[in-house]
Design a protein around this ligand. Sequence first.
Ligand code: URP
Ligand code: ZN
Ligand code: ZN
Length: 456
Amino acid sequence: MPRKLIKNAKIVSAQGIEPGDILIEREKILQIGKNLQDKEARVFDAGGKYVFPGFIDAHTHMGVPIRGTRSADDFSSGSLAALYGGVTTIIDFTVQEKGQSLADSIVQRKKEADGRSSVDYALHCNVTDLDEKRLKEIPAIVKQGIVSFKVFTAYREAGMQLDDRQILDLLWEVKQAGGTVMFHAENGDIISFLSDAFVRQGDTDAIFHAHSRPVLAEVEAVSRMVTLNQFIQCPLYFVHLTAAESVQIAAMAKQGGQNVYLETCPQYLLFDQSVYEREDGYRYIAAPPFRSKKDSDYLWQALQKGEIDVVGTDHCPFTLEQKEMGGRQFHLTPNGLPGVETLFALLYSEGVRKKRLSMERLVSLIAEEPARLFGLFPQKGILMEGADADLVIFNPDAEETISAAKLHSATDWTPYEGFESKGKIESVMLRGQWLLRDGILQDDNLRKGRFVPALL
Ligand code: URP
Ligand code: ZN
Ligand code: ZN
């Protein structure tokens, strides 16, 4: 395979933007520098456009079972959506069935991804059924390259919620093994109490989704998890934080010396609770719900000042038919939203172009930091010698309107319909192979995504 030389690039990293060339040999970056020459290499002129490291979406759910259905994207369609959005690595979650070993749940998830995914993938290990036997599996799982273990403090009705004693045991084992515990932090008992009360009264419109999952449920769970962790000091990662108060509590634990990392998602930056009052509000049901405009504003500031470390999408799309299957009642609607394809576009257009986010922070939030936190750095998340040649060529001068008709997820709608997207992702490369070249999909290179083991 001839080497590839990308000339005339504006190379973006979490440290800044530098003009330069990138020489690629097979799957890796061989050299980065100015005025590189290689007579044998095929030359691609980036024309002074931005070249980013391939983005990492640290939070996706492909084909995950929720409320008797499955999220609409499997690894095939979901990874196609990812690559069009410049995401060359997704980190998805295993699904542990009742009574299933963690090891078997990993084998099962890899079977679903291998041969289907067109982008590379890593895995977080969901722990929903925990006993002594499962705890003993943890060191071997970390050695296999899965270093993050996800806990739900909600969803008891779906058999997914762990109690505090189980969480303490898990924190202890994961800490010994050198991993991280991730939390979906909402107090499930507050939610089921409120939600049962609303349903009994016949209050089942979408807005009651938000009322049944108040900020307080998130605040309580975040506070409790950092309190439990005082005894143990395991690295923690809070997924999809939505509110100023919970971010501040997690950030305080970080200042107090705990290794605590925070994630939010584009939907919490761009929508507020009033969406649920709309006629189509039921479509936007996701857990946790959207909050106030004040909370969104706070989240933007927290991104820029580094209080929040990662933006993941929680990509978990359902078709309109699936969203309707509960008769638009909040407690019967599958929760989740599409997002992987619009991750960069939204952060760039709504963040960088509106001066709420620097380009450097953007790259940190969706490339470098997720790679560092989940053991993929420096193979992923940065353009440097020896790294995987995963990159995105972006033309900032183009402009288009986001529309479901132009997106590639298996779902038929997007929450971001009509949003202005500044710039255009023109080319995407995964490990030295073009997936997208000047907007044209490279069919021969699809479905070759690999599992990337995390290294501690
Ligand atoms: O509503 C959501 N977020 N669905 C996906 C599962 C989860 O809780 O992250
Ligand atoms: Zn969640
Ligand atoms: Zn999720």
